[in-house]
Design a protein around this ligand. Structure first.
Ligand code: SF4
Length: 287
């Protein structure tokens, strides 16, 4: 059986840098707190936990003082920085530069938007850490839309400015912005395509990859936004695409009457895990 790992998969630079910052710190300290899982991947979280990286929740963070906390690539809202300042918490800020730039753009739009009653809209997943950080730039006022079904919340008599969460798909953004423009006939609608190209540029490659195999195993954490989106892309070109987060989710019956398997994943899936999946499959008995 032919088994191939997608060379275009693996961590994006934002995740690589956050992990580098964590490991650098853990060389001199045995314990470092991270606000939320550093990456949507259990095996990587576990690997770093064994080195001393301890995930804390927001609730825990807001009880802490006099310590050091790493902020992951997703970014955080201003209240996190304000609390840290007031409570002597040193922050190691690994917010991805792409997210940081987007936060600054949204803040600038928010500060300039009151003059003409502009509505700030974010296309993203409600409650996702990155989206919370973006909404935080607007004092919680930006509206988050996940799809067409959320567009009724908007007031089409006021100007609209739309930004996208970095890991959304371009097709979804175009679909949503087209519908918004249809509804807002007499007011300006400004669309900012702020999708990260680390994700968007993977789409053509992963499409070409997925179509070549009898079976595709897509590996990602269940909470990963880009994981869900890239999985949907693979499924759209290869109906025999399976989503797994851990090796033990692989079912032997998937391999019946199969001659080739492609393995790929999200920007938060370590290449090492994809290689482990490949090794695991190579060792499985086949009929
Ligand atoms: S997907 Fe893009 S924006 Fe998100 S962490 Fe990776 S490089 Fe940064």
């Amino acid at each position: 059986m032919k088994i191939e790992v997608d060379k275009g998969s693996g961590f994006c630079f934002g995740v690589v840098e956050a992990i580098r910052r964590a490991e650098e710190r853990l060389e001199s300290d045995q314990l470092l707190y991270c606000l939320g899982d550093i990456v949507h991947n259990n095996s990587e979280v576990e690997r770093l936990r064994s080195k001393g990286l301890t995930t804390i929740s927001q609730e825990q963070f807001f009880t802490m003082h006099d310590t050091t906390v790493l902020l992951r690539a997703h970014g955080e809202p201003p209240e996190i920085y304000n609390y840290a300042l007031a409570n002597n918490i040193k922050l190691i800020d690994a917010t991805c530069p792409v997210v940081l730039k987007l936060q600054r753009r949204i803040l600038k739009s928010y500060q300039g938007g009151n003059k003409d009653d502009t509505q700030l809209v974010i296309y993203g997943k409600k409650g996702h850490a990155e989206v919370n950080g973006l909404v935080g730039q607007t004092n919680g006022e930006a509206l988050v839309v996940e799809g067409i079904e959320d567009l009724d919340q908007l007031d089409y008599t006021r100007p609209i400015v739309l930004y996208s969460q970095t890991t959304k798909g371009l097709d979804g953004l175009h679909h949503l912005s087209g519908e918004m423009k249809k509804r807002a006939v007499n007011v300006p609608v400004k669309i900012h395509d702020t999708i990260c190209r680390q994700v968007a540029n993977r789409i053509p490659g992963i499409r070409k990859f997925a179509v070549r195999f009898d079976l595709v195993i897509f590996v990602s954490g269940k909470k990963s936004s880009n994981g869900k989106m890239l999985f949907d892309i693979c499924s759209s070109v290869n109906a025999n695409t399976k989503f797994i987060s851990e090796l033990n989710e692989i079912e032997q019956k998937w391999l019946n009457n199969i001659d080739s398997v492609g393995i790929c994943g999200a920007t938060s899936t370590p290449m090492q895990l994809l290689e482990e999946v490949a090794d695991y499959l190579r060792k499985l008995p086949t009929d």
